[in-house]
Design a protein around this ligand. Structure first.
Ligand SMILES: [Zn+2]
Ligand SMILES: [Zn+2]
Length: 94
């Protein structure tokens, strides 16, 4: 298991104007952006995603074209599903 990293959306939450932390969603398949004040989950908007870094080599990774959450590290030649490198929803909002 790669280490988990905390990433925040570029946009604040609509409900509290607070940071939106990116987590693996409740159902475990997708990522959501959750308000750090109340935990409210919203779909992660592609335009709001920050730069993600490879959990192995720490270089920035690029989203694979036409995919929603698959990222490609050209350095390691590994593809990462975003949900595997961010914390689980229940780790941050127990
Ligand atoms: Zn909120
Ligand atoms: Zn890498």
């Amino acid at each position: 298991m790669p280490p988990k990293h905390i990433y925040y959306s570029k946009f604040p939450s609509l409900c509290h104007n607070a940071s939106n932390v990116i987590v693996k969603s409740k159902n475990g398949e997708y990522v959501t952006q959750n308000c750090t004040t109340c935990g409210n989950a919203d779909p992660l908007d592609i335009s709001g995603v920050p730069t993600f870094y490879c959990p192995v080599c720490n270089k920035s990774v690029e989203r694979v074209k036409r995919t929603k959450s698959l990222y490609d590290c050209r350095h390691c030649k590994i593809k990462w599903e975003l949900a595997t490198i961010v914390p689980d929803w229940k780790e941050l909002f127990p």
